[in-house]
Design a protein around this ligand. Structure first.
Ligand code: FES
Length: 108
């Protein structure tokens, strides 16, 4: 398990990750998609577990789900659980937002 720190304050994170805009960041040798909905940050794999479509242009709904733009499979942003469709779960990575910025934990 490895922890990565982004920014040095909450303000840095608000500027770095505008609300509802999915950004891709490189953490070590892994690319991770990062999304902010209000004050909550989610980190997850940037490609859909179904057929590999980019999730950077995915949609979200009011149930904290991300919706793949290609076949509209839905995944829980907190757990990665598949909510509609048939494929493996989406990888999600624990995030912790504090006064010193954002910490994302990546399993090794
Ligand atoms: S590639 Fe994402 S739902 Fe098919």
């Amino acid at each position: 398990m490895r922890e990565f720190q982004l920014g040095n304050s909450k303000k840095d994170i608000w500027e770095m990750i505008p609300e509802r805009k999915i950004k891709k960041v490189r953490l070590g040798d892994k690319e991770v998609a990062v999304l902010r909905l209000k004050d909550t940050i989610y980190a997850f794999e940037p490609f859909c577990p179904h057929r590999g479509a980019s999730l950077l242009t995915a949609f979200t709904n009011s149930k904290e789900e991300i919706i793949c733009p290609l076949h509209q499979y839905r995944f829980d942003l907190k757990t990665g659980q598949v909510k509609s469709g048939y494929c493996r779960e989406m990888e999600v990575y624990p995030c912790s937002l504090g006064e010193n910025g954002l910490t994302i934990t990546i399993p090794q």
